[in-house]
Design a protein around this ligand. Structure first.
Ligand code: ZN
Ligand code: ZN
Ligand code: FE
Length: 762
């Protein structure tokens, strides 16, 4: 090792701007007695280091290990540089025009340093609900444009006081270049008003709001990515009133607890779940309920889980200081509309729901719902990917041309690609109304602007009537590629795992248009990014009443019973009879017989619905997938039995999986009085054995030994755990979702990579 001065140049890509990265570099360089400079560039930061060889080596070792919490290093390129004889290490001012392609940090939870200051009566930010620093606070939701500087954020309306400015300018300060930096003298403020917008005079609006929640009132709380509706979770009357006013009959409400100890008192928390709860992202984590809790039943009826999160903004902490067992914190919207973000908009839209409004004067530029995660089969699985995760890209194996993928219809997201990065948007919602459609457009514009991406290709679903498909068609001169729904699911799973095809793709969900014009959803595809063949699928049955069959699972039950028993079902004595009278059933059977409004479907999600209805669990649902979810919830963990199944090859060489033997077994069990918990377990066990066998059969036939699991059905923990175990035991290389949802929230990623492959980019 030489004592001669050496020089090296580093280009670092990733989330390295607006997260305290340059001060960190400055301090690290000083520690190892290195001279040189650091500057922000188009793709990250560039730095030149001069000093001893050992000093540079130690710097390089410390760099990834000691980086600031919000920094995310994607790539470090090191090249030799000439020794120039720097006399100090300096932070060089960046040139605005250069900073276009860097990554923006997601919004993350308030850090411990800031919390300690907020709790310290001697600190000038004591009790201040907008305290933040370079290691924490809002990012994505307050950015209007790039480069990420205060004038391009919703903080531009607040001029920093001299003390805040001094912190902002000091490289040794935790708030050096913290764009949302603020204090009670110069920053945003909260206030409390009634449903008419009339302001209450109060020294402490947050404590006042907490008092009102304690008294059983519904308070709309403006947060990071939108408004929440807050009620006291132990007050059954308040929770029920919220349900009535929000027109949300059954979907579980999310809870927020002050700390882990409080969460443990109402739910079971594993080490992995604890890590998720406490993570920077602070998602809602689905946790098994404890048997006896003070939480009102109406919070999560007929559900074995609570969705719980820890506070993530300083305001949440202050609110929970009032001492709640838990707060219901549900997105403030009417069912199926996007979350409200604007004060005036919130008053207009939520005036009939909330009694009081706890608002503030920092604008939210882009709404962002809470993310939802469930730990399943050894990994966190995203059910909704939004706040805390977006706009962190999914890193791909290969470079792609710029593509805009418009997603599906329900749980919609969009995706933009740039090089090896795919940016999946926050949860947009169900594209069934004007408000969500507007939000889709807003999100695309916003992402294109802050990521500086001009798409050369547009991707959409094969379904011509989806709002997202129509939006894609409007993109005019940019060529549009339609991607089959279940192919997109499998491609999304491959892409986030940076895996090449071909794979055996199990693509299981509720609904998606197939290439033959029928409704698919129980598909086994041999797929790569370019295309697929449909190797196997469930035998199609009619969906009587089309979309009505999604809302009314008893219709699917009738259809599957007809397939299993023929028209003559009079002898069957089933709990199903509760859901429809003989006249209704006759009408439906005739519809199916004549093929009126009864499109065939091979959907596995609909088979779950059918079984749930046959055993009397549910005849109608309030949201898609509810019956299937409840079927999973009741499954007996100790039941090992299973049912019959058969499959046969059809004329085209594809395998058709028959559901009739299985349905007959379910009916026999139900008639014999077997507990629904056991029937559900046997049904799940059957699917696990069936698809493991099928994959092995296809491996023998094709030599493909890699399996990808995708589609909304894989939110089912029992199925995911069981199939993972079985397929691994069979020696398969298994790909599952960890970065984007298995449901349609991940679909846009798959559309993007398929379109790129078909366009010749990969
Ligand atoms: Zn902080
Ligand atoms: Zn200030
Ligand atoms: Fe789907």
């Amino acid at each position: 090792m030489t004592e001669e001065p050496q020089a090296t140049r580093l280009e670092i890509n990733g989330i390295v701007q607006g997260v305290g990265f340059r001060p960190f570099i400055y301090q690290l360089a000083s520690r190892h007695r290195l001279k040189g400079e650091v500057a922000n560039t188009a793709t990250g930061v560039t730095l030149i280091l001069e000093g001893t060889e050992i000093g540079i080596l130690q710097f390089l070792a410390d760099l990834p290990a000691k980086k600031p919490p919000l920094a995310h290093i994607v790539e470090i390129k090191q090249t030799p540089a000439p020794v120039k004889g720097f006399t100090s290490f300096s932070i060089v001012k960046s040139r605005d025009s250069a900073v276009r392609a860097t990554l923006i940090s997601p919004d993350v939870r308030v850090c411990d340093d800031c919390l300690a200051e907020m709790r310290d009566p001697a600190d000038r930010r004591f009790g201040y609900p907008f305290i933040n620093c370079t290691n924490c606070g809002p990012r994505y939701t307050i950015i209007d444009d790039i480069p990420y500087d205060r004038p391009k954020t919703s903080m531009r309306h607040f001029t920093m006081c001299s003390r805040c400015q001094a912190e902002y300018d000091d490289p040794d300060n935790r708030r050096f270049h913290a764009q949302p930096n603020a204090c009670p003298d110069c920053g945003p403020r909260v206030s409390l008003c009634d449903a008419a917008g009339k302001r209450f005079v109060s020294d402490d609006p947050i404590a006042e709001a907490a008092g009102r929640i304690k008294a059983g009132r519904i308070v709309a709380v403006k947060g990071l990515g939108g408004f929440h509706l807050a009620v006291d979770a132990v007050n059954a009357k308040a929770v029920e009133r919220l349900r009535r006013r929000k027109h949300r009959e059954e979907k579980p409400f999310a809870l927020m607890c002050a700390d882990l100890a409080q969460i443990r008192a109402i739910a079971r928390v594993s080490d992995a779940e604890e890590a998720l709860l406490a993570s920077l992202q602070r998602p809602i984590v689905l946790l098994k309920k404890r048997a006896h809790t003070p939480i009102a039943d109406a919070v999560a009826p007929r559900n074995r889980y609570f969705g719980i999160m820890l506070p993530y903004t300083p305001l949440h902490h202050l609110l929970l200081d009032a001492g709640f067992t838990a707060l219901v914190m549900t997105s403030a919207n009417l069912s199926e509309e996007p979350i409200a973000i604007d004060n005036a908009e919130a008053l207009a839209r939520l005036g009939q729901i909330a009694d009081d409004f706890l608002v503030h004067d920092r604008d939210i530029y882009l709404r962002s719902d809470d993310s939802i995660v469930r730990h399943s089969a050894g990994h966190p699985r995203l059910i909704r990917r939004s706040r805390g995760y977006v706009p962190m890209p999914v890193f791909l194996k290969d470079e792609l041309p710029p593509v805009l993928a418009c997603g599906a219809e329900l749980k919609s997201t969009v995706c933009l690609t740039r090089g090896r990065q795919a940016f999946v948007s926050q949860h947009i919602g169900d594209l069934e109304n004007r408000a969500t459609d507007d939000f889709l457009r807003l999100t695309v514009d916003h992402l294109e602007r802050i990521l500086d991406i001009e798409p050369q290709w547009v991707a959409c679903d094969l379904h011509p009537d989806y709002m997202s498909t129509r939006y894609a068609a409007e993109c005019g001169d940019v060529p549009c590629i339609a991607v089959q729904h279940h192919h997109a699911h499998i491609a999304a799973c491959m892409a986030e795992n940076q895996a090449d095809g071909p794979v055996i793709g199990l693509s299981f969900d509720g609904t998606g248009l197939g290439t033959d014009g029928t409704i698919w959803g129980g598909e086994v595809l041999l797929a790569d990014y370019h295309g697929f063949t449909r190797a196997a699928h469930l035998n199609p049955v009619p969906m009587p009443g089309s979309a009505a069959a999604i809302k009314e699972p008893w219709r699917m039950a009738l259809s599957h019973l007809r397939a299993a028993f023929g028209e003559d079902m009079d002898g069957l004595d089933l709990p199903l009879a509760r859901f429809a009278d003989p006249q209704q059933r006759r009408v439906l059977l005739q519809m199916m017989e004549k093929g009126i409004n009864s499109p065939p479907t091979s959907s596995l999600g609909r088979l779950f619905d059918a079984v749930a209805a046959i055993i009397g669990l549910r005849g109608t649902v309030a949201f898609e997938g509810q019956a299937a979810m409840e079927l999973e919830m009741i499954a007996d963990g100790n039941e090992a039995g299973r049912y019959e199944f058969t499959w046969g090859e059809n004329a085209g060489g594809a395998i058709a999986i028959a559901g009739d033997a299985l349905i007959r077994d379910v009916v026999r069990d139900a008639a014999a009085g077997v507990a629904p918990a056991a029937i559900s377990a046997r049904f799940h066990n059957t699917l696990i054995v069936l698809f493991d066998q099928l994959c092995r059969h296809l491996r023998t036939r094709t030599g493909i030994d890699r399996v990808a699991l995708s589609g909304g059905v894989f939110q089912n923990d029992r199925l995911l755990v069981g199939l993972t175990r079985a397929l691994k035991k069979s020696g398969f290389d298994l790909l599952t979702h960890r970065l984007v949802p298995a449901n349609d929230g991940g679909l846009s990623l798959g559309q993007a990579v398929v379109a790129a492959a078909q366009a010749g980019g990969a």
